[in-house]
Design a protein around this ligand. Sequence first.
Ligand code: SAH
Length: 247
Amino acid sequence: MNLILLEPGDFLDSGLAGEPGSPVITTLRGRRFQHITEVHRADVGDTLKVGLLDGQMGEGEVVEHREGQITLRVSLHRAPPPPLPLTLILALPRPKMLKRTIQHATALGVKQLYLINAYRVEKSYWQSPWLSEEKLREQCVLGLEQAVDTAMPKIELRKRFKPFVEDELPDIAAGSRKLVAHPVTDTPCPVDIPDQTTLAVGPEGGFIPYEVEKLQEAGFESVHLGPRILRVETALPVLLARLFPGR
Ligand code: SAH
């Protein structure tokens, strides 16, 4: 937790939370209290990095620390890092991988994410409790806290591949560079591209040829990352580091 992420409800006077530069007071309990106490070992007078969810970032000075709760005087005056110019289309990974991938994607600056079905996505994955709005949000919060960012990603679920790719994807990807990460292709993934991009990443078993064809019909170009097949959670950071180094 490199950033203490605050929500409007955390503020004693929530009306002040939106005013840039104005110090406000917030009292934290539970997970954030524990982290500040046990990991940061912060005490009265110490300053921590804080940010308001979907808002500005700044500092929080510990003004009171007692049993089970900590109070910060918060000043918010900095914008969060800019989002990646990217919409990510990700075939739904298995639940364990999903959690980690959502955290990584969030930490890397992904703000638009579609979790889609594909032939090699097991049906049972769609029943996972980790797909609930609340659980996805928890993983995003962990990613934001890790990366020091406040802008919550938007995650959409699409359980049918064909209608998504045929009816919805053309609008979603309109005007963007369209890439599908696919190990069996001749074109290497481009490096440092300036364009708004839509990137599709397959399931653990890969996209089947029909799916790659459908994506190609929608204007997607297949690109590879070299001769090694990577896990989705590894392929994603490698793709984003190549496409948007330093961003
Ligand atoms: N079993 C599949 C690979 C699936 S890897 C096969 O052998 O073809 C899961 C996903 O990660 C792929 O669909 C692709 O989107 C991405 N990926 C992994 N390694 C990659 C590589 N070397 N090049 C491009 N994409 C890769």
